[in-house]
Design a protein around this ligand. Sequence first.
Ligand SMILES: [Zn+2]
Ligand SMILES: [Zn+2]
Length: 420
Amino acid sequence: MSYSIPRGTYDILPKDSYRWQALKAKFTELAKAFGYEEITTPIFEVSDLFERSSGESSDVVQKEMYRFTDKKGRSFALRPEGTAPVVRAYVEHNMASSGNNKLWYWGPMFRYDRPQAGRYRQFYQYGLEFIGSDNPYWDAELISFLWLFLSGLGLKHLRLELNSVGCPNCSQDYDNALRAYFQPHLESLCPDCQKRYETKPRRLLDCKVTTCKQIAGSAPSQLDYLDEPCRDHFAAAKSYLDKLSIPYTINPKIVRGLDYYTNTAFEIVYEGIGAQNSLAGGGRYNGLIEQIGGKPTPAIGFAGGIERLLIALENEGISLGESPGTDLYLIPMGEQARDFILPWINRWRMEGITIGFDPDKSSFKSQLKAANNSQARFAAIIGEDELAQESVMLKDMQSGEQSLIKLSELVSTLKTKLNH
Ligand SMILES: [Zn+2]
Ligand SMILES: [Zn+2]
């Protein structure tokens, strides 16, 4: 009997884990600098949370959600996205009163989708949510975080695309304009688009079917249908981005896949990894919190996919987080030396020294080979002479230089040499 991993999932092996750790460390550090705090929610929630928040016309909820029933017959779903759970937690813990309204998360999400390059059924997302203000400054600040995070990793072929999807007030006019535009083409549209024509005509703008794409090419732009408050909000968000020196282009075709978005919508596009070129996206969701039972509260957020980001980094030859390697490999010569050194090993490790030691290898030759294989910076050879002097022969594995060091001084010597 042998097992293999479920389709659409993957293992993060040790050699890749270093990249993940480095990426998360960079994200965490920048989030801290922006005053964002981490929030972790469960990977499953009652399915109604996603049904209510993401809306009936959403593919994510309709086709791609992993639903399951527990032993008491309650319906749960593996989270397909991170925003609804964060907002659920925000409302449930009354976080408005504690002032924790700048939140970040990082973790696995689940969608039953057709697996392809960079797209998985268990995939990982990082995201930010800013809750509690409609001030367009926050739109610009949150977008600038995303831009600085991605460009700060060294990625070059990035483009920030910006749009406003309006509010419930102005989106009706726009929906009518879209219906009027698509009406004569109705028969040429794909079945999905024909279905959405009445309920969600703006979803016709991001259909991937070629004919639909061509027809949508000259559809009217949402930006021409914004009411005055939405126009002002968008203008102010853009002007803050200018002041923060964040470059952007306007793309009126950006419609977010989920129903709860209002006003500012944005995407960071990476030019260089084929069709799947959106690295991250988000927008304002002023209606969501009320929709799931909280007080009406404006908010904005984004989410980015880690798999595609790693592909983009690889594509540009940007390496993050190599294996740290071994600082010191211990080579005791004989049983007495080994017993002598044992009490020290964990003490040194607790001091932050990465120690290689393998009692399965006994000859000098095999231990030295192991030291080389682990790419140790130093080896500590303990023979009879060293034992007598409570010392080790410290060998620099790069230069070959050797020096006798007292056990009690080993850590401080190493730290100086390793620049710890
Ligand atoms: Zn509006
Ligand atoms: Zn279509």
